[in-house]
Design a protein around this ligand. Structure first.
Ligand SMILES: [Zn+2]
Length: 434
């Protein structure tokens, strides 16, 4: 049984994911605070997400949940009281996690607190200072070049106070207690591809899984990057032995090709499944070996956690020019790219759900398929040859040792064809599940 709705209209789902990203785009998120909370509450309108609040000061392995950051307003005014930089126009203008400030200063004094991209003079950079008390403004290089020496009024109306780190989680129970993790970071402010695209894809997967009766238990996690993932892992440590595999979902809305980053061990089920699906999609893709850099796959891969969690993105972090700038906006992502990413995730999950090991009930030579109506005596059946070849492969390899993915890989036949051949053979009592 295929668990997901493979007949879904993925193009309409692409529009729906885009609309969700568009709704979340204006919110000023961070690793804590009301923007993050509001984001999770909007996701609750889509899926029955449970919200968790981990108090400031809670230890998380070698880290501690930081003070909560909230921001109401921020601006720079010149001596004529004109706002020349305005947080209300773009929340990237504030160094994320800036401490409050309200003062006047010269350009020279202000300059070390201004961040620009000289190579991309029209874009605003995205910068953070989570674990180091600092304040600053991110502006276009063009803005900086137009700032004369002046007496500037500098205001950041923010607060850093004891509060909580918020994250959201939806568990979709399966027949098995074995868990599959789908993780999306949700701490970035107005940036579309990184990572509203990942959030939107996991929300849609959660809807599809909830509407089916999955074999495995799925945990869809929406948490801030790094500290949020570390906090989640420390809060869920006793449960981690149930995790079978997982995927980190990020950067899924751009026009680049899909990129799969392998797990730390490199040859686990999720690696084999993802790469099998990507190879059979007839679209170019990239495979990356594991490295302890990137998104939260590196936390799942730390030596004490060591879970088989891969990562599926389109163009990876840092490899597209708009990355972490104001140009990573709603025009960088498209409904079609989101739909294509969702399709790939759906196919990978469908594979994992249907990857069984079978044993032949007739291991002494080939069973006679014709008398069971499994072998076509005449043509006309579309793909009959491949279907029959798939049956022969399944029969040959069903020795209780090889899963269907092994058979698909060895035969170079798409998993879906192998799985449907196995279903037919099992229905005719020629093979049985181990
Ligand atoms: Zn990022």
């Amino acid at each position: 049984m295929l668990p997901l709705h493979i007949d879904n209209d993925f193009s309409a789902l692409g529009q729906r994911m885009y609309a969700l990203a568009e709704r979340l785009f204006p919110i000023c998120r961070s690793i804590t605070g009301n923007g993050l909370r509001e984001t999770l509450r909007i996701l609750q309108q889509e899926i029955p997400l449970e919200l968790f609040e981990v108090p400031t000061g809670t230890p998380a392995f070698d880290w501690v949940v930081p003070r909560e950051w909230n921001i109401r307003d921020a601006y720079i005014k010149n001596s004529r009281s004109e706002k020349i930089v305005d947080f209300q126009q773009n929340n990237l203008h504030v160094l994320n996690y800036s401490i409050p400030i309200n003062t006047r200063m010269s350009l020279e004094e202000l300059r070390p607190h201004l961040f620009t991209l000289p190579d991309k003079p029209e874009w605003i950079p995205y910068r953070t200072s989570y674990f180091n008390d600092n304040w600053g403004f991110c502006i276009t290089h063009q803005q900086l070049e137009m700032m004369p020496d002046d007496d500037y009024e500098v205001v950041i109306d923010s607060s850093l106070e004891p509060g909580a780190l918020s994250y959201g989680e939806l568990t979709i129970p399966g027949e098995s207690e074995e868990q599959v993790l789908l993780f999306a970071h949700c701490c970035h402010p107005s940036l579309a591809n990184d990572n509203l695209s990942g959030i939107a894809v996991v929300v849609e997967l959660a809807k599809m899984l909830s509407a089916s009766s999955p074999r495995f238990t799925y945990r869809c996690i929406f948490a801030p990057g790094t500290i949020g993932c570390i906090t989640w892992l420390s809060q869920n440590k006793p449960e981690l032995s149930k995790v079978k595999l997982g995927l980190v979902a990020a950067v899924l809305g751009d026009l680049g090709q899909l990129t799969y980053k392998k797990t730390r061990a490199g040859e686990t089920l999720i690696d084999r499944a993802a790469l099998h699906i990507l190879r059979h999609r007839n679209m170019t893709f990239t495979t990356l070996e594991f490295s302890p850099y990137g998104y939260d796959e590196r936390q799942f891969a730390s030596p004490g956690i060591n879970l088989p969690v891969g990562r599926l993105t389109r163009t990876p972090n840092g490899k597209y020019p708009e990355y972490h700038t104001s140009a990573d906006n709603m025009s960088l992502i498209t409904p079609d790219a989101l739909a294509d990413s969702l399709t790939a995730y759906n196919e990978i999950i469908t594979l994992i759900e249907n990857n069984y090991v079978y044993q032949s009930n007739f291991p002494y030579c080939e069973p006679q398929l014709g008398k069971r109506g499994l072998y076509r005596t005449t043509g006309g059946h579309a793909n009959a040859e491949q279907r029959e070849l798939a049956m022969l492969w399944v029969l040959n390899q069903s020795d209780g040792q090889h899963d269907l993915l092994d058979i698909a890989e060895r035969s170079d036949i798409p998993f879906a064809t192998i799985a449907s051949a196995a279903t037919e053979l099992a229905a005719a009592d020629v093979i049985k599940k181990v």
